[in-house]
Design a binder for this molecule. Structure first.
Ligand SMILES: Cc1cc2nc3c(=O)[nH]c(=O)nc-3n(C[C@H](O)[C@H](O)[C@H](O)COP(=O)(O)OP(=O)(O)OC[C@H]3O[C@@H](n4cnc5c(N)ncnc54)[C@H](O)[C@@H]3O)c2cc1C
Length: 386
């Protein structure tokens, strides 16, 4: 669950559209990223390995748009995770925009008509949603959560969940398909292949049950019913939207792109406090079409997912794919074969990682896929193996 992919540029304002993607074409078409001091900060974030491909000064970066053969690329076009980490560092260093992002400006590069022609949906998106005219003003952008590599542990052939009989999961909600960092476009193929397997697996499961279908007792139904009704019946005064907002801020600030032990422990404490307050969330009105009521119920699951990510991130003492630790910046081969499995024990959990007996995160060995691996060994390829 610790592996979460971030896209470098999402809208940060207004709150109702926070996170909506700002396409990479804006940077491809010459958009530059600046901080609150007006500095084009990406020049400070070119990793050693990319030094020969990316310009280290504005003049060369600007020339690249006209002459790509004789100049290096602007650093705004570095890979997604590099740009996302750079923006994150600027904001954390106090050089962010008032709404917690940085500025992305294409207005000084291209004439207004050209911007509207090349980036019509972006022009429309900012005008409609934020009342910002990108042909005249910079956009405020920040990293946004793009994909969660973790998810429900399922059997790869049937998509049946290991822990809950009768539950099938495919797509982004299932875990393990994309390792620590999904490659672009691979979600679609995942959905097609494993969606079909899940459907076939579920049909087979039901067929095998025949007349022995599991039954639910009236007591269980009453318990679930009462639980659902609690936001209306309980004595509480917490507002689900306010808690949701706090939860977003805690996970974005402390469990986001760059993590460290201190902040993750801080996040776990804050999550625990939000959980206690979530038990006092109040909803008014009826059950139908009531977003406040729905959010009150969703909060429980959001907290569970957030905690699972924070705990898994705390346990993994290395940086790999969609998990970057400031205090363990290198990839460690010893962690390569380890996955984390979170199991909700239903009990109060110790925050201190030293008291691990109640921790829901287990370490499990990733099994080698020998049947695939053998086709990729040099010997097999030399023999014409497929
Ligand atoms: C901006 C963006 C661009 C992307 N571009 C690409 C790309 O180019 N190529 C690619 O391969 N991948 C891309 N991805 C990733 C890909 O789009 C997603 O991983 C994929 O759509 C996930 O599909 P899904 O069916 O697993 O989940 P979802 O599409 O999230 O579907 C889950 C559904 O369940 C519904 N739901 C949730 N809770 C409940 C409930 N309690 N009861 C009933 N229904 C419920 C939701 O409303 C939703 O319709 C992109 C992702 C983003 C955010």
């Amino acid at each position: 669950m610790e592996f979460v992919q971030f896209h470098p540029t999402g809208m940060v304002w207004p709150p109702s559209v926070r996170g909506i993607l700002v396409t990479e074409s804006v940077r491809g078409d010459g958009g530059v990223l600046t901080n609150s001091e007006g500095k084009r900060f990406m020049f400070n974030y070119i990793p050693e390995v990319f030094k020969d491909k990316y310009a280290d000064n504005e003049a060369e970066a600007d020339r690249w748009y006209k002459d790509q053969n004789n100049n290096r690329r602007p650093p705004e076009l570095l890979p997604r995770d590099e740009v996302a980490r750079a923006i994150n560092s600027e904001v954390k260093a106090g050089r962010g925009s008032p709404r917690g992002g940085v500025y992305l400006d294409v207005s000084k590069r291209l004439p207004a008509e050209e911007i509207r022609r090349r980036l019509p949906s972006m022009w429309h998106q900012f005008k409609e949603l934020a009342d910002v005219d990108i042909t005249e003003q910079p956009m405020e952008v920040g990293p946004t959560c793009h994909y969660v590599m973790g998810g429900v542990k399922v059997d790869p052939d049937t998509a049946a969940a290991y822990q809950v009989p009768g539950l099938f999961a495919a797509g982004e909600v299932a875990g393990g398909m994309h390792g620590s960092n999904r490659l672009g476009g691979n979600s679609l193929s995942d959905l097609l292949v494993f969606g079909r397997r899940a459907g076939a697996g579920a049909a087979e499961y039901v067929k095998k049950l025949a007349s022995n279908r599991p039954s639910v007792s009236d007591k269980e139904i009453a318990r679930a019913h009462n639980h659902l009704n609690e936001p209306f019946t309980r004595d509480g005064s917490e507002n689900p939207y306010a808690l949701h907002d706090e939860l977003q801020n805690v996970t974005q600030d402390l469990v986001g792109i760059i993590r460290n032990e201190k902040e993750l422990i801080d996040a776990l404490m804050k999550l625990e406090s939000i959980r206690q307050r979530a038990a006092k969330v109040k909803a008014t009105g009826g059950r139908a079409f009531n977003p406040g009521f729905h959010l009150a119920l969703d909060l429980e699951n959001m907290l569970l997912v957030s905690e699972s990510i924070a705990r898994s991130a705390l346990a993994r003492q290395e940086s790999r794919g969609g998990h970057t630790r400031d205090d363990y910046p290198k990839m460690d081969p010893n962690w390569r074969t380890i996955n984390h499995l979170s199991k909700w024990s239903g009990k109060q959990i110790e925050i201190d990682p030293a008291k691990s007996s109640m921790l829901p995160v287990e370490l499990i060995e990733v099994f080698e896929m020998d049947e695939l691996k053998k086709y990729y060994t040099e010997g097999e390829l030399a023999k014409g193996g497929k």
